[in-house]
Design a protein around this ligand. Structure first.
Ligand code: CO
Length: 166
Protein backbone atom coordinates (compact mmCIF):
# COMPACT_ATOMS: atom_id res chain seq x y z
CA UNK A 1 0.00 0.00 0.00
CA UNK A 2 1.49 3.33 -1.00
CA UNK A 3 1.45 5.84 1.82
CA UNK A 4 0.60 9.53 1.47
CA UNK A 5 3.47 11.96 1.88
CA UNK A 6 2.97 14.65 4.52
CA UNK A 7 3.48 18.22 3.30
CA UNK A 8 5.50 20.79 5.24
CA UNK A 9 4.64 22.55 7.50
CA UNK A 10 3.27 19.77 9.69
CA UNK A 11 4.12 18.99 13.34
CA UNK A 12 5.30 15.44 12.48
CA UNK A 13 7.99 16.92 10.21
CA UNK A 14 9.16 19.38 12.86
CA UNK A 15 9.51 16.84 15.69
CA UNK A 16 12.57 14.61 16.28
CA UNK A 17 11.74 10.94 15.68
CA UNK A 18 12.06 8.07 18.20
CA UNK A 19 14.72 5.32 17.94
CA UNK A 20 13.56 2.04 16.35
CA UNK A 21 13.53 -0.77 18.93
CA UNK A 22 11.02 -3.19 17.35
CA UNK A 23 12.60 -4.98 14.38
CA UNK A 24 9.57 -7.22 13.86
CA UNK A 25 7.51 -7.83 10.69
CA UNK A 26 5.72 -4.46 10.94
CA UNK A 27 9.08 -2.77 10.32
CA UNK A 28 9.48 -4.62 7.00
CA UNK A 29 5.95 -3.62 5.96
CA UNK A 30 6.64 0.01 6.84
CA UNK A 31 9.95 -0.01 4.91
CA UNK A 32 8.31 -1.56 1.84
CA UNK A 33 5.42 0.93 1.88
CA UNK A 34 7.81 3.88 2.33
CA UNK A 35 9.95 2.78 -0.60
CA UNK A 36 6.89 2.42 -2.78
CA UNK A 37 5.75 5.96 -1.85
CA UNK A 38 9.26 7.31 -2.52
CA UNK A 39 9.52 5.70 -5.96
CA UNK A 40 5.99 6.72 -6.91
CA UNK A 41 6.88 10.35 -6.11
CA UNK A 42 10.24 9.96 -7.92
CA UNK A 43 12.20 10.83 -4.78
CA UNK A 44 15.81 9.97 -3.95
CA UNK A 45 15.10 9.43 -0.28
CA UNK A 46 12.28 9.34 2.24
CA UNK A 47 12.11 9.54 6.03
CA UNK A 48 9.45 7.78 8.15
CA UNK A 49 8.01 11.04 9.52
CA UNK A 50 7.28 12.05 5.91
CA UNK A 51 4.61 9.33 5.91
CA UNK A 52 3.49 10.35 9.41
CA UNK A 53 5.43 7.70 11.36
CA UNK A 54 7.69 9.29 14.04
CA UNK A 55 10.44 6.64 13.93
CA UNK A 56 14.17 7.03 13.22
CA UNK A 57 14.41 5.31 9.84
CA UNK A 58 14.70 6.37 6.22
CA UNK A 59 15.54 5.23 2.70
CA UNK A 60 18.57 6.68 0.94
CA UNK A 61 18.98 6.60 -2.85
CA UNK A 62 22.33 5.92 -4.54
CA UNK A 63 23.34 7.56 -7.81
CA UNK A 64 22.75 4.26 -9.67
CA UNK A 65 19.05 4.43 -8.71
CA UNK A 66 19.16 1.74 -6.01
CA UNK A 67 18.02 2.39 -2.44
CA UNK A 68 19.04 1.17 1.02
CA UNK A 69 17.43 1.62 4.42
CA UNK A 70 19.05 3.46 7.30
CA UNK A 71 17.71 2.75 10.79
CA UNK A 72 18.78 4.71 13.90
CA UNK A 73 21.42 6.61 11.89
CA UNK A 74 24.01 8.93 13.41
CA UNK A 75 26.50 11.18 11.67
CA UNK A 76 29.93 10.43 13.17
CA UNK A 77 32.13 12.78 11.14
CA UNK A 78 31.56 15.77 8.87
CA UNK A 79 34.00 17.68 6.66
CA UNK A 80 34.18 20.15 3.80
CA UNK A 81 31.47 22.40 2.41
CA UNK A 82 29.35 22.18 -0.68
CA UNK A 83 26.23 23.92 -1.96
CA UNK A 84 23.54 21.91 -3.74
CA UNK A 85 20.13 22.62 -5.19
CA UNK A 86 17.89 20.78 -2.81
CA UNK A 87 14.25 19.70 -2.96
CA UNK A 88 11.98 17.51 -0.84
CA UNK A 89 8.92 15.31 -1.38
CA UNK A 90 7.27 17.19 1.51
CA UNK A 91 7.90 20.55 -0.20
CA UNK A 92 6.91 19.71 -3.80
CA UNK A 93 8.05 22.01 -6.59
CA UNK A 94 10.52 23.98 -4.46
CA UNK A 95 14.27 23.84 -5.12
CA UNK A 96 16.75 26.01 -3.23
CA UNK A 97 20.50 26.13 -2.73
CA UNK A 98 21.49 24.60 0.61
CA UNK A 99 24.93 24.48 2.24
CA UNK A 100 25.92 20.97 3.32
CA UNK A 101 29.03 19.06 4.38
CA UNK A 102 30.92 17.57 1.45
CA UNK A 103 31.73 14.32 3.25
CA UNK A 104 30.06 12.51 6.10
CA UNK A 105 30.69 9.30 7.98
CA UNK A 106 27.43 7.66 9.04
CA UNK A 107 26.59 4.75 11.31
CA UNK A 108 23.20 3.05 10.94
CA UNK A 109 21.38 -0.27 11.25
CA UNK A 110 19.57 -2.27 8.60
CA UNK A 111 16.36 -4.29 9.11
CA UNK A 112 18.33 -7.26 10.51
CA UNK A 113 19.70 -4.93 13.25
CA UNK A 114 23.23 -5.19 11.79
CA UNK A 115 25.27 -2.00 12.13
CA UNK A 116 27.04 -0.40 9.15
CA UNK A 117 29.51 2.44 8.93
CA UNK A 118 29.96 4.23 5.62
CA UNK A 119 31.85 7.24 4.40
CA UNK A 120 29.96 9.16 1.74
CA UNK A 121 30.67 12.15 -0.43
CA UNK A 122 28.93 14.04 -3.22
CA UNK A 123 25.27 13.33 -3.84
CA UNK A 124 25.12 10.41 -1.40
CA UNK A 125 26.51 12.53 1.45
CA UNK A 126 23.90 15.13 0.59
CA UNK A 127 21.01 12.62 0.71
CA UNK A 128 22.27 11.25 4.05
CA UNK A 129 22.25 14.75 5.55
CA UNK A 130 18.83 15.58 4.14
CA UNK A 131 17.22 12.38 5.47
CA UNK A 132 18.93 12.52 8.88
CA UNK A 133 17.79 16.15 9.17
CA UNK A 134 14.21 14.88 8.66
CA UNK A 135 14.68 12.37 11.47
CA UNK A 136 15.94 15.19 13.71
CA UNK A 137 12.75 17.16 12.94
CA UNK A 138 14.28 19.45 10.32
CA UNK A 139 13.25 20.09 6.71
CA UNK A 140 15.63 21.73 4.20
CA UNK A 141 13.67 24.99 4.39
CA UNK A 142 15.09 25.40 7.91
CA UNK A 143 18.44 26.14 6.23
CA UNK A 144 16.95 29.05 4.23
CA UNK A 145 16.32 32.66 5.21
CA UNK A 146 13.16 33.50 7.15
CA UNK A 147 11.91 35.38 4.09
CA UNK A 148 12.26 32.41 1.74
CA UNK A 149 10.87 30.04 4.32
CA UNK A 150 7.75 32.20 4.82
CA UNK A 151 7.26 32.42 1.06
CA UNK A 152 7.46 28.63 0.70
CA UNK A 153 5.16 28.19 3.71
CA UNK A 154 2.47 30.28 2.00
CA UNK A 155 2.82 28.29 -1.24
CA UNK A 156 2.56 24.99 0.64
CA UNK A 157 -0.53 26.14 2.56
CA UNK A 158 -2.13 26.99 -0.77
CA UNK A 159 -1.11 23.55 -2.12
CA UNK A 160 -2.69 21.83 0.90
CA UNK A 161 -5.97 23.72 0.40
CA UNK A 162 -5.92 22.75 -3.26
CA UNK A 163 -5.33 19.07 -2.47
CA UNK A 164 -8.17 19.06 0.06
CA UNK A 165 -10.57 20.52 -2.49
CA UNK A 166 -9.64 17.97 -5.17
CO1 CO B 1 12.97 15.55 2.22
Amino acid sequence: MALDIVLWPDPVLNTPTQPVTDFGPSLTTLLDDMLEACKKAEGIGIAANQVGVPLRLAWVGREDGSFFEIINPQILERSGNVVYDEGCLSVPGEWEKVKRFEKVKVRYQDRTQAWHEVEAEGKLAHVFQHEIDHLDGKVFVHHLSQLKRDLIRRKMEKEKRYRREE
